[in-house]
Design a protein around this ligand. Structure first.
Ligand code: ADP
Ligand code: TRP
Length: 336
């Protein structure tokens, strides 16, 4: 696992999130917070993975709405379009061209071993070819910008490994075009638990949304699973979901204090949940406010995406020229 030590300055960073719903605190601590931290002193590219979402969302109005929604979420959470390039995947259609070329060096067996694909099938999805080929498109997303570092949560580790293998195969066959990227996964937030104790995920319906508030948020936090240890008994904080979530938000001093209270006994889980609720409110209330402001100015987010798309596409087009050259597919007619 990559730790904070491996990120220097002025690296090419890339990551994306599918517009398949509203972001939750697992997305934030596992990935988006790292996006924001890395945007300073690096060349960061962050995108809304709309082609990926099309594997599941096949309703034009909904896909458009969610795509803009993710861009708004990123901006509200602190992504600065003057530091990072924010764009929508479809504004760089060359990525689908590269995906085809990469699919010709991708062994079928590699895709058949993809855990996220197997999981979806196990959940009862009837898979389309896009879902099967998903990791190849993800590889194209990363390689087309010659990205060096990819901030993601633990569940994406295998996809990044596949990207590395695909890049190595291409380079071996056609020459050193691609950078072999590294995942950037922080140990402390690699897998944020959901309210039922499994990995927090939209697909499990166990998430605490960043933009949830009021009664709905309170209900979620109060329903986080706990064991039935009586109030008086000492408890192990590291086995306790409310504590694991509190750890993401509280100061180091406060974390130590709660650890003490757990171990001493005499503390009910209701207390720690109440404090967790306050911490979530304090942390995300300004973000929610900022999102409401941004929603009032839809022209702004469109401008950001247009400009970001242009910047990203320029980089991608340069790399694609090399890819076409080395694979024997140069354009056969001069540009108009
Ligand atoms: P979901 O599983 O809810 O659909 P996504 O697949 O959209 O989440 O994930 C977007 C990003 O957030 C990815 O980088 C992913 O690794 C990260 N992520 C998602 N869930 C978690 C989690 N519970 N803990 C840590 N990171 C997560
Ligand atoms: N598969 C990622 C997810 O579900 C989204 C994604 C698509 C991505 N392309 C990417 C992440 C490239 C990092 C880099 O979260």
């Amino acid at each position: 696992m990559t730790s904070g030590r491996d990120h220097g300055e002025n690296m090419r960073i890339l990551s994306g999130i599918q517009p398949s719903g509203r972001p939750h605190i697992g997305n934030y601590f596992g990935a988006i917070r790292q996006y924001i931290q890395l945007q300073t002193d690096n060349q960061a590219f962050y995108f809304v993975a709309s082609y990926h979402a099309l594997t599941a969302i096949q309703d034009a109005a909904l896909l458009r709405e969610y795509t803009l929604g993710v861009a708004l979420d990123f901006l509200a959470l602190g992504l600065d379009p003057n530091q990072a390039t924010l764009f929508a995947q479809q504004d760089v259609p060359e990525v689908t061209e590269l995906a085809w070329i990469l699919s010709c060096v991708t062994p079928m067996g590699m895709l058949e071993r993809a855990v996220s694909y197997k999981d979806k099938v196990a959940q009862g999805f009837s898979p389309n070819h896009g879902l099967f080929a998903y990791p190849v498109l993800q590889a194209a997303d990363i390689l087309i910008y010659l990205a060096e570092l990819v901030p993601v949560g633990q569940d994406q580790k295998q996809h990044i490994e596949m990207t590395r293998d695909i890049a190595a195969k291409f380079n071996q066959q056609f020459g050193e075009v691609f950078v072999i990227p590294k995942p950037y996964i922080l140990d402390s937030t690699a897998v944020v638990p959901g309210i039922d104790g499994r990995k927090m995920s939209k697909s499990y319906g166990n998430e605490i949304g960043i933009f949830e508030e009021g009664k709905a948020l309170k209900k979620k936090v109060m329903s986080i699973v706990t064991d039935s240890t009586p109030v008086e008994a000492p408890k192990d904080p590291d086995e306790s979901m409310p504590f694991l979530l509190l750890k993401l938000l509280a100061s180091p001093e406060e974390i130590v204090e709660w650890e003490g209270r757990y171990r001493a006994g005499g503390m009910g889980y209701g207390d720690v949940k109440k404090r967790l609720l306050e911490l979530i409110e304090d942390h995300f209330a300004p973000v929610r406010e900022r999102r409401r402001e941004l929603e009032g100015d839809p022209g702004y987010v469109m401008d950001v995406l247009t400009e970001g798309g242009r910047r990203a596409r320029t980089v991608a087009q340069g790399v694609m020229e090399r890819v076409r050259e080395v694979t024997g597919l140069p354009t056969t007619y001069p540009p108009a």
